[in-house]
Ligand binder design. Structure first.
Ligand SMILES: Nc1nc2c(ncn2[C@@H]2O[C@H](COP(=O)(O)OP(=O)(O)OP(=O)(O)O)[C@@H](O)[C@H]2O)c(=O)[nH]1
Ligand SMILES: [Mg+2]
Length: 285
């Protein structure tokens, strides 16, 4: 792990936008993102020069982790967390959250390391935080948002999963599956992270649900999700189906508990039902 200098993460003004007061950590989970990494970090620092950036790399075969170390050696705002192998985007996101909590950051902003979440939207997310939201989502499905050149099947699936999640978990957001989010770290302390069951694509939705249940105020700002600039997608349809099963399982468990409560039944165990297996790889989208 590289050490960042103190003070680098202090408050500054992002490109004429008023920033929320506090230290900002930007997390980038990477697996084979070497061609994107340096230019992405530069683009993030153009929007938020005061931000520390944590690269969470899973021993990428293309040497992304080594490049991150080289960048960190010349820029104290960059830090690197090396993990031994591909452990999935869910656990990488969780590692970023734990890092932000342990290091006492005020805000945690996460984005994909492939330019699909364009850094030019970072000021919009920070403006939402400054207005008092606990989580701001870069959203594809609010007016003004969208996806660039997605195949019909992927778009339909993504929209359908979001509808299902809204129905099962009653989340008041249009885009619960994207990873472009900014969190108020103090509120994350109230979220029972140890209860998160998902490791794959469903991680993003389950995390949001747990945060909402813990009282977080959610907000959305439109983004156009762009195709990755370089490298290959890690989208895995088998994993997508496993994650869908996980969401249905968690969502039905949630609805049944709500119904039981409304009927006056007091369950002895309030933990979400344990599925026979949990999804265990890849990324969310
Ligand atoms: N550390 C870590 N990062 C991962 C892992 N899987 C995916 N990522 C990263 O998570 C982000 C999203 O993954 P992508 O491959 O872009 O998947 P996607 O966004 O669903 O798919 P496309 O946008 O089509 O490329 C990228 O920054 C990946 O490098 C993983 O197992 N470990
Ligand atoms: Mg991507």
């Amino acid at each position: 792990m590289q050490e960042s200098s103190s003070g680098v993460g202090a408050l500054a003004e992002p490109c004429g936008t008023s920033a929320p007061p506090g230290r900002l950590l930007v997390t980038l989970a990477t697996y084979n993102e070497r061609p994107n990494l340096a230019s992405l970090i530069q683009a993030i620092h153009q929007q938020a020069p005061w931000a520390d950036i944590l690269v969470i790399d899973d021993n990428s075969p293309d040497g992304t982790g080594q490049l991150a170390d080289e960048l960190a050696a010349i820029d104290p705002r960059i830090r690197v967390l090396h993990r031994p192998g591909k452990l999935g985007l869910g656990t990488a996101t969780l590692a970023g959250i734990r890092f932000a909590l342990d290091e006492g950051y005020d805000f945690l902003l996460n984005l994909d390391a492939d330019f699909s979440h364009p850094p030019r939207y970072i000021p919009d997310l920070l403006r939402g935080m400054a207005r008092g939201k606990d989580i701001m989502i870069g959203s594809r499905y609010v007016p003004g948002g969208g996806t660039q050149n997605w195949p019909w099947l992927r778009l339909t699936l993504s929209r359908s999963v979001n509808r299902l999640v809204r129905l099962l978990f009653r989340l008041p957001v249009r885009d619960a599956s994207g990873a472009f989010r900014c969190f108020r770290v103090a509120k994350l302390r109230d979220v029972p992270l140890e209860r998160l069951r998902s490791r794959g694509y469903s991680f993003q939705q389950e995390l949001l649900w747990r945060c909402y249940e813990a009282g977080c105020q959610l907000g959305e700002t439109p983004i156009i999700f762009e195709n990755r600039r370089a490298g290959r997608s890690k989208v895995n349809w088998y994993e997508a189906m496993r994650s869908l099963s996980m969401l249905i399982w968690l969502g039905l468990g949630h609805r049944f508990r709500r119904l039981a409560k409304a009927l006056g039944y007091r369950p002895t165990n309030t933990t979400a039902p344990e599925p026979s297996s949990i999804s265990s790889s890849s990324s969310a989208s």
